[in-house]
Design a binder for this molecule. Structure first.
Ligand code: GDP
Ligand code: IMO
Ligand code: MG
Length: 430
């Protein structure tokens, strides 16, 4: 398909990065359309573990070029650190392979300081943000006072940045937080400015030309459907359009001009969430430890960006069906199937019980999940280690049955199942 969209169906960390890496081998361009360095996408290739926050995971494969779209908010320091990490690992990163939209917004230390100060001010009602300045940067964008990457091309960039930091200092003072030194921030950003200039491009035009020339574009989502600013578990969400339709605004691609698309939902075989907010199928104690892992393995459920232990639970089919609808998913990829080995029975939430009624759809979307009690279907588990399996027919019958139950519930086919974090640990249904 000319355009393939990879989107998380849950609250992020579904394994999007490793799935993008899988599809990147057949893509000409890989583009991120939303978020910033709040994302943490892990890709394991042999003995190397890449943790990417800003640069699309597809860059690890030598084939595609990588684009950071206008829908993103970019912290230049994180960007520079990530480029250095990739270059040190032998990945080709230069202005021919990496393009940054002129219309993406810049994150500054003032956004990060405001993010943290606002979380403190929220007290018990905090969102549990990543502290990367995402909310304040998108706030500036929406209130039309943000600095865009293109501002770096202007002679007055330093003055404009100084004005923004001084403005933020007034807000920080009101919040009782420490003020920032504008001069040293500007000195740092003048260095980033020099280094970023050759990468700045009209990425919307480049994507248009790529699609027109018959190239394939892979759009890499960050966060997940349930963290979408409009359609997620508001207010416990991020500040960007994480869902598939965010691709069109976040990359500047015309909806009807793509020549066809696949919308691939990446879904973990169980549910996880970092930070605050509702989670109807959450589990605790020993069961939670079994799903989360102790932290000894790099794939255990501890945040790639913040290191926080992720909350865990059974797969929520009501929310999955919602993700299918809101994204227009055409297929699913189920990750972390290997983690379910060893459970005697697996629970799959097929509906909610609320006020004595059985609900298969959400009354007001996922923002009101209060008092929704999961109704579970129980399925047999399997005990075999499935990490070495590469053929669908060789999966234990119970694992196949679990995948079939998900496909039935979601009403879209499961195309791939991943059975370990390594690049090749994938089983294809086609
Ligand atoms: P993303 O944010 O959606 O890209 O996901 P993360 O990279 O934050 O989290 C997914 C974690 O699970 C990473 O540590 C991956 O290496 C790991 N992972 C992905 N797929 C599998 C899988 O099938 N099995 C196991 N054990 N780990 C996986
Ligand atoms: P990837 O791309 C999981 C969560 C935070 C918090 C909420 C708002 O790796 O799937 P923010 O810093 O964005 O304002 O935080 O969103 N969050 C994520 N959770 N994976 C992510 O990204 C996330 N990015 C943000 O934990 O609850
Ligand atoms: Mg992640």
């Amino acid at each position: 398909m000319p355009l393939q969209i990879i989107v998380g169906t849950q609250w992020g960390d579904e394994g999007k990065g490793r799935i993008v890496d899988w599809f990147a081998a057949n893509s000409d361009v890989v583009a991120r359309y939303n978020g910033g360095d709040n994302a943490g996408h892990s890709v394991t290739v042999g003995s190397k573990l890449f943790k990417l926050h800003l640069i699309p995971s597809g860059i690890i494969n030598p084939k595609p070029i990588a684009i950071l779209g206008n829908g993103m908010v970019i912290n230049p320091k994180s960007m520079l650190d990530e480029m250095e990490m990739l270059i040190a690992a032998g990945v080709e990163v230069d202005p021919k392979r990496l393009r940054i939209s002129h219309a993406a917004h810049l994150i500054t230390p003032a956004h990060q300081a405001l993010d943290k100060a606002m979380e403190v001010a929220r007290g018990k009602g905090n969102i549990g943000t990543t502290g990367r300045g995402i909310g304040p940067a998108y706030t500036d964008k929406a209130s039309r006072r943000g600095l865009r990457v293109a501002n770096m091309l202007e002679a007055n960039f330093s003055e404009e940045l100084t004005i923004r930091i001084e403005e933020a200092n007034r807000q920080l003072k009101l919040l009782g937080a420490e003020e920032l030194n504008a001069k040293s921030i500007v000195a740092d950003y003048e260095k980033y400015q020099q280094w970023m200039l050759p990468y700045i491009a009209d990425t919307s035009l480049e994507l248009h030309l790529a699609l027109k020339a018959g190239q394939t574009v892979l759009a890499e989502g960050a966060q997940g459907t349930l963290l979408d600013i409009d359609h997620g578990t508001y207010p416990f969400v991020t500040s960007s359009a994480t869902i598939a339709s965010g691709v069109f605004t976040g990359l500047g691609i015309g909806i009807s001009g793509t020549g066809g698309m696949e919308v691939t939902g990446v879904c973990k075989s169980f549910q996880t969430r970092v930070g605050s907010g509702p989670f109807p199928t959450e589990v605790f104690d020993d069961l939670a430890l079994q799903l989360r892992g102790s932290g000894a393995n790099p794939w255990d459920e501890y945040g790639t960006t913040t290191g926080r232990a992720r909350r865990v639970g059974w797969l929520d089919g009501v929310l999955l069906r919602y993700a299918v609808r809101i994204n227009g998913l055409t297929e699913l990829v189920i990750t972390k199937m290997d983690i379910l080995s060893g459970f005697e029975t697996l629970k799959l939430c097929v509906a909610y019980k609320k006020d004595g009624k059985i609900l298969e759809d959400l009354p007001f979307g996922p923002s009101n999940l209060d008092d929704c009690e999961p109704v579970y279907e129980e399925l047999p588990g399997w005990s075999e280690d499935i990490g070495g399996i590469r053929k669908w027919a060789e999966l234990p019958k119970a694992a196949e049955g679990y995948l079939e139950a998900i496909a039935r519930l979601a009403e879209v086919p499961v195309r791939l199942a991943s059975v370990g974090p390594e690049r090749e640990q994938i089983v294809s249904a086609k």
